[in-house]
Write a protein that binds this ligand. Structure first.
Ligand code: PLP
Length: 417
């Protein structure tokens, strides 16, 4: 225990290691060699061959799905997934109000409507609120495994079955996370994932869609992988084959160098996740008894990927100390990677969701859907602090220093009020 006064008030900081404390993805010689070798092989791949096929095969086998299509970003993967699922003008898709905006924004480009639904106190989709917001136009529900903590897939699957809705998943934070031993991203008709920089599996920039449905696969190809890939993958006698040359007109392919990085990283993904699970458990054990801090309440069925460790802050237990002041004190202790989620925030607070017509002419009359009434999303967001989750044994001391810094600030909170 560091018994010096708070660093913010002139004491000794707890975390003394120089930053940055968390750098992702970890780059090893194998990654350098894979990317360098790809430079000599092909820097543009118009079909399903080479490193693109290799990465898609590895992802499909990791998830246990029939088809994977890689894309240039997770946003593009979501766009292709919604388009291929036949989401179109006037269709409504149930989206948790607390997520990263790209879970929902591609819907605007299909003329569809994201129907925001409140979350529960754990940040999971509130199915009672979802039931209230269903209409004859509701077509699908998108499950988001925020911070790599799996959604409750038992209740979500029952809900979509009961209401005859398509279940889609945004697994962008949750590569390798499981619910009842089943991989997230394999519960619904299709799932989209990001492979962006800090994601558990990273290509630098990239994404992919996973599905068992071959018709959907053809439509994903037609959405963003036109010409050679469509011509070679869609059987000539298929009714959609005649669209192969142009597809739907978008080109959303992954870059081969990004594919090479992700292909190299995926060989270590399980090691990353095992290490993260051990470190997260260790941090939660300590933080569980710190006043003002709540660790995630994990159902037994959930095995997270720990994209981040989201903590809930209870100011009432710390004399009403505002979360911003707590965070300032934590940063002064040297825990500089602790933060409050920024762009992953209640979607109804974004101008795009309130007045989409200002940017998107098709929505000139407004969204036509409620953009207020998400108190739990607002509360969960306003009271979340997140920490990185390290995976290497050598980083355990850093993780311990972060938990000690949080315990110190909580113990000395009265000095700040
Ligand atoms: C939940 C979620 N969905 C989608 C995306 C979009 O992915 P990308 O940045 O690769 O386009 C992100 C990116 O952070 C995300 O967090």
């Amino acid at each position: 225990m560091n018994d010096s006064p708070l660093a913010l008030l002139g004491g000794r900081p707890v975390v003394t290691a120089p930053g940055p404390h968390f750098v992702w993805p970890p780059i090893e010689d194998a990654d350098r060699c894979a990317v360098a070798a790809q430079l000599e092989t092909a820097v543009s791949i118009p079909d399903r061959s080479g490193i693109v096929a290799d990465l898609e095969d590895a992802l499909a086998s990791y998830l246990g799905v029939r088809h994977v299509v890689t894309t240039c970003t997770g946003t593009a993967a979501l766009h292709s997934m919604y388009a291929a699922a036949g989401i179109g003008p006037g269709d409504e898709v149930i989206v948790p109000s607390l997520t990263f905006h790209a879970t929902a924004t591609p819907l605007f480009h299909l003329g569809a409507h994201p129907v925001l639904v409140d979350v529960d106190d754990r940040g999971r989709l509130d199915l009672e609120d979802a039931a209230r917001r269903l209409t004859a136009r509701t077509k699908a529900v998108i499950a988001v495994h925020l911070w790599g903590l799996p959604e409750n897939m038992d209740t979500l699957v029952s809900f979509t079955d009961e209401h005859g809705l398509m279940l889609l998943e945004d697994g962008s934070h949750a590569h390798g996370a499981t619910w009842n031993h089943q991989m997230t991203g394999t519960f619904g008709t299709a799932a989209a994932f990001s492979l962006n920089g800090p994601k558990p599996l990273s290509a630098g920039e990239g994404g992919f869609v996973a599905t068992d449905d071959t018709e959907l696969y053809y439509r994903i190809l037609l959405h963003g992988q036109y010409n050679k890939r469509c011509r070679r993958e869609i059987p000539a006698d298929h009714p959609l084959a005649r669209f192969a040359t142009t597809g739907m007109g978008l080109k959303l392919r992954i870059h081969p160098l990004a594919a090479a990085l992700a292909r190299s990283q995926i060989t270590r993904l399980e090691d990353y996740l095992t290490g993260r699970r051990a470190v997260a458990a260790r941090m939660c054990t300590v933080l569980d008894s710190v006043p003002g801090i709540r660790v995630p309440d994990l159902p037994k069925a959930a095995r997270p990927s720990w994209y981040a460790l989201p903590l809930r802050y209870e100011p009432a237990e710390l004399g009403g100390l505002p979360i911003e002041r707590f965070l300032d004190a934590l940063h002064a202790e040297g825990a500089t990677e602790a933060d409050q989620p920024g762009s992953t925030c209640p979607l109804h607070t974004h101008p795009l969701f309130r007045t989409p017509g200002a940017l998107l002419p098709g929505y000139a009359d407004g969204h036509g859907l409620p953009t207020d009434g998400f108190p739990a999303a607002d509360h969960v967001h306003a009271t979340t602090l997140k920490l990185p989750v390290w995976h290497r044994e050598g980083e355990v001391r850093l993780a311990d220093a972060y938990t000690a810094a949080i315990a110190k600030v909580a113990t000395h909170a009265k000095d700040l009020t």
